[in-house]
Design a protein around this ligand. Sequence first.
Ligand SMILES: NC(=O)C1=CN([C@@H]2O[C@H](COP(=O)(O)OP(=O)(O)OC[C@H]3O[C@@H](n4cnc5c(N)ncnc54)[C@H](O)[C@@H]3O)[C@@H](O)[C@H]2O)C=CC1
Ligand SMILES: O=C([O-])CC(=O)C(=O)O
Length: 326
Amino acid sequence: MKAPVRVAVTGAAGQIGYSLLFRIASGDMLGPDQPVILQLLEVSPAMDALQGVVMELDDCAFPLVAGIQASDQAEEAFRDADYILLVGAKPRGPGMERKDLLEANAAIFSAQGKAMNAVASRDVRVLAVGNPANTNALIAMRNAPDLDPGRFTAMTRLDHNRALAQLSGRVGAHVNDITRMTVWGNHSATQYPDISHTLVKGSPAADQVDQAWLEETFIPTVQQRGAAIIKARGQSSAASAASAAIDHMRDWTLGTPEGDWVSMAIPSDGSYGIAEGLIYSFPVRCVNGHYEIVQGLDVDDFSRERMLATEQELTEERDAVAHLLP
Ligand SMILES: NC(=O)C1=CN([C@@H]2O[C@H](COP(=O)(O)OP(=O)(O)OC[C@H]3O[C@@H](n4cnc5c(N)ncnc54)[C@H](O)[C@@H]3O)[C@@H](O)[C@H]2O)C=CC1
Ligand SMILES: O=C([O-])CC(=O)C(=O)O
């Protein structure tokens, strides 16, 4: 058995938390030989509810759980954390866009960035799930100047998985047979799910679907899937979001499968002409605990236009929170 690692989760008594914690604890995120110490953060009024979740975690008698701490203080929850999943934030309701949450949630990520800067492990891996996820990751990153900016990421894996599911249904292939899907940009309605480089059983996906389906069905369905779930369920997606968070952290830490890649929102290094520093979703390969942007993909005019539109939205979100970016 390895030495335990410390995994902090914010919003631990919320909807996503209720799916996420049990999967982290069972080894789905970091592997069946990696014990974890869970460090759970909630706001003070939710501490009773969090205590109930902790009781349930205890009652699972998970072999990999080496400790559980619950706190309403970020500096306690983030102390020496090797992984931080920033889930705690307000979700949107019907008729809202995710960026409408910016004002309500931005302050949380600036305070939590400062707290992790002070106390987290210098090798921490951070995932922002709370919306608007990309810009919240940017706020946390900029408020944690002593940590490596490359350690700050936001979740577009749910969009990536949704794109796999939609294409799988259309071409009649299992998701396991689909590789090299890409989601570019923001976790929002401007994101660009791109199948230009995607393979189905090793052959180009673009040859197996028509342009009208791509433009009129595939892209808008993936872009609007979060809203469709809210309409159907009355609440935003939770179990699928938790599952995507597990996938994101697992692949970052343990590596992406040979020949494939995944989508992660990470600080842009200027690749594909995207402004440096924005938290933008790229195709990435992960090896030995590090991600690298897949380079050299052809970008045609159709793709370029969409990649720029979502970059533009991220620039506007960044400008709207300039006062929180030291
Ligand atoms: N990036 C993505 O793909 C997805 C992101 N989301 C976002 O994730 C966030 C959480 O969603 P749910 O779990 O459904 O919401 P929820 O409302 O069920 O849970 C959020 C929890 O966060 C807690 N919280 C609020 N402020 C906090 C703070 N400062 N510190 C610690 N905890 C805090 C609340 O008390 C609550 O228990 C929302 O912003 C939602 O929009 C949801 C689905 C997918
Ligand atoms: O749509 C929402 O507000 C929740 C979310 O981010 C998603 O399901 O992708």
